[in-house]
Design a binder for this molecule. Structure first.
Ligand code: FAD
Length: 434
């Protein structure tokens, strides 16, 4: 079987791979030294676009428009860019076996790739309802969204079922973004999730009440406190209804499931230390195995600000961890230098005309400030999280770039607060003064 050798191999061709490639190019890589091996058929792209502009009925985002690194305002790395730099993009190639001891990867077609240094950037996969044995969960018309192929299938279904009924299972990022895009596409949308409010891992009940009210005003129905336990389908195997645990049935022409992800670490199980569901790394994204790094969704790394190991499934960290690992690799070769990773968690989402950002840690007490009326012409509000008398996290809907920078600064500097009432009254002015 064919065997190829590269000085550096990145397994996985998503967000982290793209930003790593750019950093390699910046610090210097010779033609033929670097390969990116990806299951997907396209060069690295900004994955968050898939649940947003990719699904718009008009002016939808399409490749090559959102290849990395446009998401962070950088140069767009088209497939030709990799060719020019002599970086091999080995696409539509799934690695099915990794032997870290002999520094070899094997693809599903039996090709062997050897490396001197490996960067694991395999990201996450979706959790499927069929994983829990939900009845009828493999019917046609039930979609998940992780890769561009999934998005293409969903676009086709959205177009075919215009005017029909859509059920969104899950009230997290994907559920909220998909609820909005399907409504914009003229589907009659119902969302269902078990928790008392949407995005409970981040949102307080006060934040969630705004978004749920806003969605209701758009005609989106929200069913809380229950889960999908089965699906009905017609004689063609197409989904027709979602059966809920509370006994209700929701008619459905299209179902989108967003119930979470799982980091893709199986290839490396037993070969590398793991922690909190991910591959354990140091502050330079080095794993327990020499010459093997892990970045993006799969990495459990020291979050210096909170003196804790964490795994972060967000695009900003995917970009920054990739750059950090490449800096560390090049520094070990005597090129440039690298400092310990000191990450400030940053999450964001956009749906309808809404756009929020969050920085820091969502622990401790909370205060809500601003205009939280979902019927306002220009709603603008936020929340602070306060732990041990210091503001440790901040959320802002509809912030300007300067205001978003201000809440980021607060989350980084963790200023003390004397009175929560005063903080609520000061609202955004508190952040702007820091
Ligand atoms: P990925 O970008 O997932 O890339 C992993 C790549 O590895 C994929 O190309 C995959 O096919 C490939 N791969 C996996 N296994 C193998 C194998 N065995 N062989 C070969 N290739 C393999 N984050 C935010 O902060 N804000 C958002 O608004 C947001 N929106 C999102 C919307 C959607 C629809 C999704 C799916 C995610 C969103 N995220 C968002 C999360 C963000 O996209 C991820 O955190 C980020 O993409 C992680 O980057 P990564 O490089 O680690 O993994």
């Amino acid at each position: 079987m064919a065997e190829k050798h590269f000085k550096y191999v990145i397994v996985g061709g998503g967000v982290a791979a793209g930003y790593a490639a750019r950093e390699f190019a910046r610090l210097g890589v010779n033609p033929g030294e670097l390969a990116i091996i990806s299951k997907e058929a396209v060069a690295p792209y900004e994955r968050p676009a898939l649940s947003k502009a990719y699904l718009f009925p008009q002016g939808s985002a399409r490749l090559p428009g959102f290849h990395v690194c446009v998401g962070s305002g950088g140069e767009r790395l088209l497939p030709e860019w990799y060719t020019e730099k002599g970086i091999e993009l080995i696409l539509s190639t799934e690695i099915v076996k990794a032997d870290l001891a002999s520094k070899a990867l094997v693809s599903s077609s039996g090709e062997i790739f050897k490396y001197d240094t490996l960067i694991i950037a395999t990201g996450s996969t979706v959790i499927k309802l069929s994983d829990f044995g939900v009845k009828g969960a493999d019917a046609k018309g039930i979609f998940y969204l992780r890769e561009i192929d999934d998005a293409d299938q969903l676009v086709e279904a959205i177009q075919a079922k215009k005017g029909g009924k859509a059920v969104i299972v899950g009230g997290g990022y994907i559920g909220l973004e998909l609820g909005a895009t399907l409504q914009i596409n003229d589907l009659d949308v119902t969302m269902v999730y078990p928790e008392p409010w949407c995005m409970p891992r981040l949102f307080t009940s006060g934040i969630a009440a705004f978004y749920e009210g806003y969605y209701a005003n758009k005609g989106i129905k929200i069913v809380k406190g229950t889960v999908a336990v089965g699906f009905d389908s017609d004689s063609n195997g197409e989904v027709t209804a979602v059966n809920l645990k509370d006994g209700r049935t929701l008619e459905a022409d299209v179902v989108v499931v967003g119930v979470g992800g799982r980091p893709l670490t199986t290839l490396f199980k037993g070969q590398v230390d793991e922690e909190k569901g991910g591959i354990k790394t140091d502050a330079f994204f080095k794993t327990s195995v020499p010459d093997v790094y892990a970045v993006g969704d799969v990495a459990t790394f020291p979050l210096k600000l909170y003196s804790e190991l964490r795994r972060v499934e967000h695009v900003d960290h995917a970009r920054k961890s990739a750059e950090q690992a490449v800096k560390a690799i090049k520094a070990s070769e005597g090129v440039g230098s690298v400092e310990e990773y000191d990450y400030l968690p940053y999450f964001y989402s956009r749906a309808f005309n809404l756009s929020w950002q969050f920085y820091g840690d969502n622990v401790g007490e909370t205060v809500l400030f601003g205009d939280t009326d979902p019927a306002s012409a220009k709603p603008k509000f936020g929340s602070y999280w306060i732990k041990d008398g210091r503001v440790v996290g901040a959320f802002l809907e509809a912030g300007t770039p300067e205001e978003n920078q201000a809440i980021a600064r607060v989350a980084r500097l963790q200023p003390p607060v004397d009175s929560l009432d005063q903080l609520a009254a000061d609202g955004l002015a508190f952040a702007s003064k820091i």
